[in-house]
Design a protein around this ligand. Structure first.
Ligand SMILES: [Zn+2]
Ligand SMILES: [Zn+2]
Length: 306
């Protein structure tokens, strides 16, 4: 397999569909967990996403992970950064912790050879937005520059547009990218639920293409590095970041199908962050729907609910 370090893309036969999976029991477990669900990629939190304190994985954990990865049928792993990080904060204490935590997240992602680290751009917390974009950008650049040998692309994710959250519009994402000014180390993660919640109409494939290309204006290669495919629990323009299972929300299978078939044709990885419920039934159902939306046969191992 070949790896393009600037885009975090890996060549390979299995479709690059997957789920956000738990790291319970050890980082090495994620590959078996993903394989059982017919994943060609997975996303994880490298530590508790709601705690500031965490340590880098120890060498034994990293070797167990690497062994499991080599033995696995897939090797793409994306990491979602902690929700506590707010690179745009006007509170010096939060800003300091955010910078420190993002640096640790990136160092962890490098240790694990991750394909990308997903980060929400941050919140203006009621303050002026353009100043917040510049604050976030200069701190993100500072962190990237502290790790000059860093290999993991930082993927900024579009947001649902609630309140002061930055990054719901193509214009704001573009200003953020230009201000960070590290095009080889940054990329984009687009989330279908967030696009819809922030008001974008996904009902026809031409408008989907236009929305994606507006978000990708400043992005090398003109494509997101990763898709989060989620349905939305609330109607279009709600601003609410609440995901639903595919076909069980207000976006619906037809509209999700426009995004999925375009992303699959471009070979882009897609991660589901859909509600899990009891056991694996919901994950299996959503994976089946993702395969079908991409026009691919559903693998035998997820063809039933158990
Ligand atoms: Zn997402
Ligand atoms: Zn979300």
């Amino acid at each position: 397999m070949t790896k393009d370090s600037t885009l975090g893309r890996t060549g390979g036969a299995s479709p690059r569909f997957g789920l956000h999976v738990s790291v319970a029991g050890g980082l090495d477990r994620i590959f078996a967990r993903g394989e059982a669900l017919a994943c060609g990629t997975v996303q994880i939190f490298s530590h508790s996403s709601r705690s500031w304190d965490f340590s880098l994985p120890d060498p034994d954990a990293v070797s167990a992970y690497s062994r499991a990865r080599s033995a696995s049928s897939f090797s793409d792993v994306f990491i979602h950064a902690s929700y506590l990080i707010n690179m745009a904060s006007d509170d010096p204490a939060i800003a300091g912790r955010s910078i420190e935590t993002l640096e640790k997240e990136l160092a962890t992602a490098d240790l694990l050879g991750a394909n990308g680290l997903v980060l929400h751009p941050g919140s203006a917390r009621g303050g002026e937005r353009s100043g917040a974009v510049l604050r976030a950008a200069s701190r993100i650049r500072e962190v990237l520059d502290r790790l000059p040998q860093g290999r993991t692309p930082l993927l900024l994710e579009n947001t649902a547009g609630a309140g002061s959250m930055l990054g719901a519009t193509p214009e704001e994402m573009s200003s953020l990218y230009s201000a960070i000014d590290r095009p080889l180390r940054t990329g984009l993660c687009l989330d279908s639920c967030h696009l819809f919640a922030s008001g974008f109409d996904l009902s026809d494939s031409a408008s989907c293409r236009e929305i994606v290309s507006r978000f990708c204006q400043n992005i090398p290669g003109g494509q997101p590095s990763l898709w989060h495919i989620n349905d939305a629990l609330f109607p279009r323009g709600s601003g609410k970041d609440r995901h639903a299972g595919l076909g069980e929300g207000h976006i619906g299978l037809d509209a999700l199908g426009h995004l999925v078939s375009a992303a699959a044709a471009a070979g882009l990885p897609m991660i589901l962050e859909t509600p899990k419920g009891e056991g694996e039934a919901a994950d299996r159902l959503n994976m089946r729907r993702l395969y079908s939306l991409a026009g691919l046969p559903v693998p035998e191992r997820i063809s039933s609910d158990v």
